[in-house]
Design a protein around this ligand. Structure first.
Ligand SMILES: NC(=O)c1ccc[n+]([C@@H]2O[C@H](COP(=O)([O-])OP(=O)(O)OC[C@H]3O[C@@H](n4cnc5c(N)ncnc54)[C@H](O)[C@@H]3O)[C@@H](O)[C@H]2O)c1
Length: 459
């Protein structure tokens, strides 16, 4: 068979596959309920509403811009996500939120000072209607927050019940066909996975009923409530929340997707994209020092050591799975005190004058031929919420897609968007942090859901 005949046959098979794709259509309204109505959420909502009116472009969003190759050779074509799989449209989205502070989305966007007034005012009326529901909150998990728009909860189980009621009410009031719940609230203090409590769903539920306030963070109550109400859950902060076997069990039992943790926005995006240069080129690394200044409310919360610890754990995990000391001891086995791995340090400093405009510095000490040292400096003057907003959009739309495709448990194909991708650490699984491997996983998941073959051909 000549190559054209073969390609045309392949094309026919692909078309049949497309028709056979097993993803439910994206009909009706999609309710996106966001925990936390701060800088990221208000920037996200304002951008979506502005884009809907044709007054802004959703730059940085993969679901709105990226094109994936399907087919090979002469038969290949590049299609947007919505042309491959049925995606919810921006026009279909209805927003809801919870927050510790009572400010509506308009007030919150103005307070955050991420966007200029001229980019907020055209959608003022719609933003004002997004009024946060009372938060499920425990001050011990974020000491620096003083808002009083907080639920009165007798136990953690009561917290779950109240959030479930909020979700049901919101869904009915806004006539939503589907709901996605995403955490874009402050980073909680670090909750160490406890294998007496977080190991099984039965233990988790027992701890909620016994009001175990140390092991059950409020974020776990949101996640449990979301899943119990049939909604996928996304963790945009580094919180432990769904990164425990009990939540994996629950999401698998209920056939629902979960994703996390921590939006991969500025410095870690650069790190997961830049480290592969060092690794691919077989250069050595003796140290990587990352520091940031940040002045928004997120920075304020992270100024508390217990909250910073959660972030630190998440940020530190990126390099170790890309540049592996065990696999290449000559290249990555030197630099720290015990001299078995390069030195890797991450700092975040609260510095109010910069507000949301974070500045990050990376000082990278590499070495080459015969161990001669060299230095690389990266200075990223980014805008935190401008980078996070499209990730929140993509994670919500792709989690909704995954639910309609019948995917359950940890969604590894969403690792691309996340700083500390969830993985089954109880079985020794390693997360994929390499940006371009993550991109391949993302593309292949979309291809497969669209009825195309997964492949690794160079685009
Ligand atoms: N902006 C980024 O680049 C970026 C990147 C990765 C992760 N994140 C994470 O995203 C989250 C949001 O960031 P932000 O800049 O919007 O912060 P923010 O402080 O502006 O907003 C967070 C909001 O969450 C609210 N909140 C806290 N606990 C809550 C609870 N239990 N229930 C309901 N609301 C609650 C706070 O009152 C606050 O208004 C943070 O955890 C941050 O670490 C942000």
């Amino acid at each position: 068979m000549d190559v054209f005949a073969r390609n045309s046959m392949v094309s026919k098979i692909k078309k049949i596959k497309m028709e056979n794709q097993n993803v439910k259509p994206a009909e009706g309204k999609l309710g996106i309920m966001v925990v936390g109505l701060g800088a990221v959420s208000s920037t996200f909502m304002t951008g979506v509403l502005m884009a809907r009116k044709g007054l802004a472009k959703p730059v940085g969003s993969m679901t709105q811009y990226d094109k994936i190759r399907v087919g090979r050779g002469a038969d290949k074509k590049y299609l947007s996500y919505g042309e491959i799989v049925p995606m919810a449209k921006l026009d279909d989205i209805v927003f809801g939120a919870w927050d510790v502070y009572p400010a509506n989305a308009f007030q919150s966007a103005m307070y955050a000072e991420v966007l200029q007034e001229k980019d907020i005012l055209p959608v003022k009326d719609e933003l004002e209607k997004i009024v946060p529901m009372k938060a499920a909150f425990d001050k011990n998990f974020a000491k620096r927050l003083t808002g009083d728009n907080v639920k009165d909860c007798k136990t953690r189980w009561d917290m779950v019940e109240q959030i479930r009621q909020d979700i049901r009410q919101f869904k009915a009031d806004h006539n939503c066909a589907r709901i996605v719940v995403a955490w874009a609230a402050s980073t909680e203090i670090y909750v160490e996975p406890n294998m007496q409590v977080h190991d099984t769903l039965a233990h988790l539920e027992a701890a909620m009923k016994a009001d175990d306030r140390q092991n059950i963070a409020p974020s776990m109550c949101y996640a449990y409530a979301a899943l119990a109400e049939g909604a996928p859950f996304i963790m945009g902060a580094p919180n432990t929340t769904v990164d425990i076997p009990a939540m994996w069990e629950m999401s698998e039992k209920l056939d629902l997707p979960i994703a996390g943790k921590d939006f991969k926005t500025g410095q870690t995006l650069v790190k997961s994209g830049f480290a592969p240069i060092i690794g691919t080129r077989c250069l050595g690394l003796s140290g990587w020092f990352s520091t940031n200044i940040l002045g928004n409310r997120d920075g304020l919360v992270l100024d508390e050591p217990a909250n910073f610890r959660t972030k630190e754990v998440s940020k530190l995990s990126t390099l170790e799975t890309i540049l592996k000391p065990d696999a290449q001891p000559d290249l990555y086995g030197h630099g720290n005190d015990t001299d078995d791995q390069y030195y890797h340090k991450v700092r975040i400093n609260y510095y109010p004058p910069r507000n949301d405009n974070k500045e990050g510095w990376d000082a990278i000490d590499i070495f080459g031929w015969m161990n001669y040292p060299m230095q690389i400096k990266i200075n990223f003057l980014c805008r935190d919420s401008i980078l996070a907003a499209p990730l929140l959009l993509d994670l919500c739309l792709l989690s909704d897609l995954a639910a309609r495709a019948g995917k359950s448990g940890i969604q590894r194909f969403l690792s691309f968007f996340l700083k500390a991708p969830m993985h089954d650490y109880t079985k020794g699984e390693e997360p994929v942090n390499h940006l371009f491997q993550q991109y391949t996983m993302l593309k292949n998941a979309i291809r497969e859901m669209g009825g195309y073959e997964a492949d690794e051909e160079i685009d």
